[in-house]
Design a protein around this ligand. Structure first.
Ligand code: UT7
Length: 343
């Protein structure tokens, strides 16, 4: 029997979208016991975008998805992609998944569509499952989107979370390729989880453990909660180990990494991570100052920002790494594609 070579997977499109409403630190300080100085020095965040009431995660995902398709030279039409994978913590509804409606709104016919709930690691989990589908021959092209509207789950009275999170969406198109050496090819994936620490980041109510009860609405329960300090330490350790084990597996030394694109959780986390990996700080891509922590949208928004500014050049070596609720974490290594115009 003829041996069929498995395809490789390349990034062939990239797009992003931020809702227009920009929220400054001073605006938050006007209603919370916080100030610009604390937020800037502790997190690196200066502004973030929040969707206007009525705008959903799916709405942002459609915009980013459209731009990624265009960037890949694809029209939004049936057959353009074989699947749509949407990473989000803030789906439009608890049921059904948001991806099918995004796919329908993008006119993508009957492409498979599903959500991934990996919180801040969701985009890398989505890239991992999508690329595995392509390598297995189940799909040729997949639209992978990370989209969030954290503004809808933040407790407006909680200064520790309200100042950190932002809304937005980013997307890539992953395509099968027979040329495993071409720029843009994914070279390896590492994923992990530790559910024994699920309590560090959670929305207590709204699931089967604690149903939303209109007769007895718990005050804090529907909101996102995070134990910041413990999460900080775990984030650095887990991303460092994940990145190191992936680099070892694919044979890259840390000084071969041209761009470290970490989940934009906190600028101090990104700098500590770079230092511990012995990657010069200036190789760390940082856009958290302008978008805050956008969870599953964080990595594609950072990629889009760095591509638009001309920083990610064809063939450069890019290491993506993320950490989030679950706990979950993951890393992806790739080279940056040729001629990628970001939408
Ligand atoms: O995206 C998923 C992964 N998420 C992360 O990786 C987030 C990781 N965690 C962090 O980024 C940081 O832990 C935070 C930014 C959330 C907090 O920074 P921190 O340096 O760990 O501060 P802390 O929680 O230890 O709080 C220090 C002080 C406390 O006051 P006391 O107890 O020292 O008097 C807080 O009450 O800062 C206070 N504080 C604030 N003060 C002004 C907490 N939030 C604020 C605030 N404004 N917004």
């Amino acid at each position: 029997m003829a041996h069929h070579q498995r395809p490789a997977v390349a990034v062939t499109g990239l797009g992003s979208h931020l809702p227009p409403r920009r929220i400054t630190n001073d605006e938050l300080a006007a209603r919370l016991d916080t100030d610009d100085e604390w937020i800037t020095t502790r997190t690196g965040i200066r502004t973030r975008h929040w969707a206007s009431p009525g705008t959903s995660t799916g709405d942002l995902a459609v915009e980013a998805g459209l731009r990624a398709l265009k960037s890949a030279g694809l029209r939004p039409e049936p057959g353009a992609v074989d699947a749509v994978v949407l990473a989000t913590t803030t789906p439009d509804h608890p049921c059904p998944a948001t991806a099918p409606s995004v796919a329908a709104r993008l006119q993508l016919g009957t492409a498979a569509a599903y959500d991934i709930a990996g919180v801040c690691s969701g985009f890398l989990y989505a890239m991992a499952t999508a690329s595995a589908q392509i390598i297995a021959g189940q799909a040729e092209r997949i639209l992978v989107i990370g989209a969030e509207t954290y503004s809808t789950i933040l407790n407006p009275a909680d200064r520790t979370t309200s100042v950190i999170f932002g809304d937005g969406a980013g997307a890539v198109v992953l395509s099968a390729t027979r040329d495993a050496d071409r720029p843009g090819v994914l070279l390896g994936v590492d994923l992990g989880a530790d559910g024994s620490r699920a309590d560090l980041i959670r929305i207590p109510a709204g699931g089967s453990r604690q149903r939303a009860n209109p007769d007895d609405p718990g005050l804090e329960d529907p909101y996102f909660t995070m134990q910041g300090k413990q999460v900080f330490t775990a984030a650095v350790t887990r991303m460092q180990h994940s990145a190191t084990s992936l680099l070892d597996r694919i044979g890259w030394s840390t000084d071969q990494v041209d761009h470290l694109v970490g989940h934009q959780a906190n600028v101090r986390i990104l700098k500590t991570l770079a230092r511990q990996l012995e990657i010069p700080e200036e190789r760390a891509v940082i856009n958290i100052d302008r978008v805050g922590n956008t969870s599953a949208a964080s990595i594609p928004l950072a990629l889009a920002d760095a591509t638009a500014s001309g920083r990610l050049t064809p063939g450069s070596r890019v290491l993506l790494t993320a950490f989030g609720g679950g706990l979950t974490w993951g890393s992806v290594a790739l080279t940056w594609p040729d001629n990628l115009s970001v939408g």
